[in-house]
Design a protein around this ligand. Sequence first.
Ligand code: ATP
Ligand code: MG
Length: 376
Amino acid sequence: MKVSAIASLFGKEVLVGIDVGSSSLKAIQVEPTRDGFRVVRAAQQKTPPGAIRDGVVHDRDAVAGAIRQMIKAANITANAAVIAVSGPTVFVRQIQLPKMPDAALKRSIPYEAGRFISSNVDDSAIAYEVLGAAADDPNLLDVMLVAAPKEMVDSRVNVVERAGLDVVSTDIESFALIRSLIDTQYARYNDGQLRAIVDVGAGHTEVTILLGTKFQLTRAVSIAGDTFTDALKNQLRLDTPEAEQRKTELDLNVLIHGSDNPGDYEAPRALQSVMDELLREVRRSVVFYQSNLPEGTPAQNVVEVILAGGSAQMMGLAPYVTARLGLEARVGDPFENPAIEAAPEAMQWLRSQSPRLGCALGLAAKDFMVPQNAIK
Ligand SMILES: Nc1ncnc2c1ncn2[C@@H]1O[C@H](COP(=O)(O)OP(=O)(O)OP(=O)(O)O)[C@@H](O)[C@H]1O
Ligand SMILES: [Mg+2]
């Protein structure tokens, strides 16, 4: 920690965003340009199977080794990393507190957190950020409160540090996604409309609701890529590699438009019920948000669902979401933005993998991109 803190005074600190996923590890290193930023290094590496469960790294040796290998293979030159946490055990909420001096606020935060989180406050890593005076009452402060199990944070920091990087910041995955997908196109999204980012990973799906560019809530759902694989395994009697392979070949469009080939129905139908349950959870998240709005606030409808995460690469997912939820849906691609540059060969790979790289990209850009000075 100290070394890079000193190095940063001399502008020597180079950051890499590392997304420690249960299925794959992703790393992106960027450097600022005049209009945005350039991706100078990017890599992805399979997570040792079973090493990360419920967001906690259980096999630290294996994951630290895989991160070290990824950094070496991609020739990542960064000495410092930004990482993130997410999932059902991570608490993120904007709360309101009476205006008070910083020291008093700091003392009251653990107590406030204790009101919301079910686990012991002593077992939680707690952070907060004062967003400013509340719009409806100048005597109140809007505060973003975040809490995550210490075990989750410590295990993630530990594996990245053991891989030779100094962890300078631990973020929330959905904040990182907002940075890469939304803040990079601030003008486009600064329209006060309701949107949902649905990050379908392997272990869980994170639903984030936004009003314009502003974060509203995030909610974790335990149905994701692993659930789809299990459904294919059980219903089609496949082993894990076969089921993973089938997942990349199936096309959910068949469930909407039909197919002349009867064989095309088998895999989509095997996972249809878990997929539909996931989409009901997305709808529940939106309804939960709408039903908790302050009285008198007109409820808005979601204008767009932006899909992210590796499972967003499933063929036909966006049209299926549209058909089931009656909402516009598309796969988000941070690299479609000309303000994000990369060498042409690198850009081809980045775009082919873009749904799963949004989080790492948003982490890498954390230092020089806050919404107020986001790329226009
Ligand atoms: N072409 C594809 N079709 C369907 N699923 C895919 C495809 N490519 C990748 N996946 C799935 O995406 C998932 C991995 O996505 P991602 O890398 O976003 O997860 P992760 O970040 O490691 O997981 P988590 O965030 O849940 O810990 C796996 O379940 C994988 O099977
Ligand atoms: Mg993930």
